[in-house]
Design a protein. Structure first.
Ligand code: PLP
Length: 435
């Protein structure tokens, strides 16, 4: 049994439950590997973020960073929660269109948006384009002129704050591929180009300091920086910046080692920082936007696998292999991300051994968990890896020509397939004969 599991997630049969449904039933009904989301957990995260803004009577948007998990069903849940989304590609925007997501609640990010992507954004009159570089301003300007349309824009700045390993440094300049640098005058030059373009409406300033962050300090520094820039631009250009967007990166618990702080604390600290600095700089209070991705969907997701082969080597940790791996969750192989797992069909049994959870892909690095305590497992047992809802399915691949898994949403004891499992036919759908 895993300490991370709340006791109410285990049913009388000793099985893990997800959204009120027995995980082994989900595995049986939909097959494995399967990604199952507890939809109530997704909604709860949105509501926790929203509540703090509401209580403080601050104008806001919780803009879900859809790169964490972008599917039609997910966008529909965000729409139900009155959320906003950020997209970073034409594909994510297309998914939002297919989901019937309100176009005016979409921000478009990216450091190399193509002409076609920007045209799509303009044609669908999305809420805001977050401009990242001078080439993009030029492209967008041409498109708006051609189509005789207008667009809201935000300017992304490089924060000059490095949020690494619990330490925040104010670096002034930062070597990042994203956004405009302030110190060298690039951000101001971008602003001038936007202000003199009658088809662009400058609505805000954006920054993003990093990911899986466990302290408020970096966000407070970022908020101060945004207010200062807005104040400088107010003095110089008589500009009222309507929105300060502090990005995402709110950390979650993957393993017992992680000690995340509550969404409420992050938001409260950001609001207080902006209010204080706005007061000091004699500015109008802007709206505050945040862009949580991982913290909305990460904890709500479970990857269910069927255990197959096992390899025991004297003196070394055994390998217990599952029917998925780096194709459905690249994070451990890509950047040594840690997870924890439980045996879904024996979730309350005592742990008896420590094993490695290996994937089935032809890479030695395809190890999903390096060290996991479990009851002694058998082929056919269902393994659930916890907190896999962010950057798992969205980074999935067909490596080794394995079909990508199905995704189900589970809520109030009901499950619904929201992404079908790929078939072998799907795998060759784009292939063309050579002879
Ligand atoms: C601009 C921007 N906003 C938001 C996010 C979401 O970050 P997270 O999923 O860590 O909350 C990212 C992640 O890369 C990002 O680049």
């Amino acid at each position: 049994m895993d300490e991370q599991l709340e006791p109410n997630k285990i049913n009388v049969a000793g099985h893990l439950t997800i959204g009120g449904v027995d995980a082994t039933e989900l595995a049986h009904q939909y097959g494995t590997p399967l990604i199952a989301y507890d939809v109530a957990a997704i909604r709860q995260q949105f509501r926790r973020f929203n509540k703090v803004f509401e209580e403080n009577q601050v104008e806001y948007e919780v803009s879900y960073a859809s790169k964490a998990f972008a599917t039609v069903g997910m966008f529909q849940v965000v729409a139900q929660e009155k959320g906003h989304i950020d997209v970073v590609s034409g594909g994510e925007l297309y998914t939002a269109i297919k989901a019937g997501f309100p176009m005016d609640k979409i921000s478009f990010h990216g450091n190399n948006k193509s002409r076609a992507e920007l045209e799509m954004a303009v044609e669908h009159q999305i809420g805001v384009v977050i401009v990242d570089n001078f080439h993009e301003i030029e492209l967008l300007s041409e498109i708006l002129e051609q189509k005789k349309q207008t667009m809201n824009v935000m300017i992304r700045i490089t924060p000059g704050i490095s949020a690494h390993t619990h330490k925040y440094d104010q670096t002034g300049q930062e070597d990042s591929k994203f956004g405009f640098d302030i110190q060298s005058g690039q951000a101001e030059e971008a602003l001038k180009q936007i202000l003199t373009n009658p088809r662009m409406t400058m609505i805000g300033i954006h920054t993003h300091i990093g990911s899986q962050i466990f302290e408020v300090e970096g966000f407070v520094m970022a908020a101060n920086k945004l207010v200062d820039l807005a104040a400088d631009w107010h003095d110089k250009f008589d500009l009222d910046t309507q929105v300060l967007n502090v990005g995402g990166g709110f950390g979650i618990r993957y393993t017992k080692e992680d000690d995340p702080i509550a969404p409420e604390k992050f938001v409260d600290a950001i609001i207080k920082a902006v209010q204080k600095r706005v007061g000091q700089r004699d500015l109008k209070m802007p709206a505050i936007w945040i862009e949580p991705g991982r913290s909305i969907v990460g904890p709500a997701g479970y990857s269910l696998y069927t255990i197959g082969s096992r390899k025991d080597v004297p003196g070394l940790l055994p390998y217990v292999t599952v029917d998925g791996g780096m194709g459905d969750n690249i994070r451990p192989a890509l950047y040594q991300a840690d997870y924890e797992a439980v045996l879904a069909n024996r979730a309350s049994d005592k742990n008896e051994e420590t094993v490695r959870i290996a994937g089935k892909y032809c890479e030695s690095g395809d190890i999903l968990i390096q060290k996991q305590a479990l009851p002694k497992s058998q082929p056919g047992d269902t393994l659930a890896i916890l907190a896999t809802g962010a950057y798992g399915y969205s980074m999935a691949s067909n490596y080794n020509r394995n079909p990508r898994p199905a995704v189900v949403f589970v809520e109030n004891g009901q499950s619904k397939l929201v992404v079908k499992r790929e078939s072998y036919e799907d795998l060759v759908r784009l292939d063309q004969d050579f002879i």
